[in-house]
Design a binder for this molecule. Structure first.
Ligand SMILES: [Zn+2]
Length: 132
């Protein structure tokens, strides 16, 4: 069993994750593949044995909303930027997963402890202080 977090810990963690998510930059899904092609001209260098062919050519493939695979040609000068965008997407996914997880824990904790139902009341001035 992992150590029990307090609601305050969890709320802080949630806020950190939300901050990190706001800093996500351009992102896109998919994977980049590199390929070489033979043009078919018998006199071209690519016809020689051991020649890799023309390229590299880059294609970004991903599944669209209906799970159909779509490909996008990526010009060589965009390869680096595309790699960054893909990396950013993975960061986004990871952070979203963590954010969901911490929210689950917060909700569970509140179920167990209804007094803590307002995260604001934890920070300052508990409203439920008995009056004299
Ligand atoms: Zn060729």
């Amino acid at each position: 069993m992992p150590m029990e977090n307090t609601l305050q810990d969890l709320v802080q963690k949630r806020d950190r994750l939300k901050q990190a998510l706001m800093q996500i930059e351009e992102m896109r899904q998919g994977s980049l593949s590199e390929s070489y092609r033979k043009c078919g001209k018998p006199t071209c260098h690519c016809a020689r044995e051991g020649d890799p062919g023309h390229g590299p050519f880059y294609v970004l493939t991903r599944k669209d909303a209906s799970q159909k695979t779509v490909g996008r040609a990526i010009p060589v000068r965009f390869v680096e930027v595309t790699r960054e965008q893909i990396k950013e997407y993975h960061r986004f996914k990871e952070l979203s997963k963590e954010l969901l997880e911490v929210n689950e824990q917060i909700c569970d904790l509140k179920l167990k402890n209804p007094d803590a139902s307002s995260s604001e009341s934890v920070k300052k001035n508990p409203r439920n202080r008995p009056r004299p």
